[in-house]
Design a protein around this ligand. Sequence first.
Ligand code: SAH
Ligand code: MG
Length: 206
Amino acid sequence: MNLEKLAEIKQKALEQHIPIIMDDTLEVVAKILLEKRPNRILEIGTAVGYSAICFSAYLNENGKIDTIERDEGRAREAKENIKKAEVESKINIYAGDAVEILPTLQEKYDVIFIDAAKGKYPFFLKQALRLIQKDGVIIADNVLYKGYVMGDYNKHKQRTAVRNLREYIAEVTNNTNLQTEILEVGDGLAISRCQLACQFGDVPNN
Ligand code: SAH
Ligand code: MG
């Protein structure tokens, strides 16, 4: 990993107002990754590759990351950045909409990081539950969305996103196969650890 290039990639992303993972959020995720030393990570929402590059430092020896980005320009820039950071052997980018790509994936992942369209979080969770290893961790960023999710913001123009984030939180909290913590770090981080019986196709409705 080329740390100098990583710092440049971060700086440029911040200048372009790309919503890359916040430092305090990264710290929490890094702790989980350090503990797990995952073999396979799935990321939904690559942007320009910053978080994926950071996460790649915590993979075990032959570990790999799959990351999905629907914006063509960003996917292209991510590919360049991953090369610059010298981690191209560890990260595979799927350029396309996660709503279409996720159902085609068949492998199991040790860690799944959800960081894309907030209105799709319930769908992403359904797919994550299908794809997660039985002792894996599903992490979702931005679940508190600037405080809108816990506040009384029903008239806010982002109400579809807010409704879906609330649904995500309700599902991970109520699902008896998951042990979930919601942290106020960054823009809100949901950490859901799968219990042994986490292998199923569908999210229970209770
Ligand atoms: N994880 C990145 C930041 C991701 S920002 C980092 O921390 O560095 C969110 C990204 O998700 C945006 O680039 C957006 O284009 C992408 N995105 C949103 N909805 C998506 C979808 N349905 N499928 C794939 N990518 C999506
Ligand atoms: Mg985010």
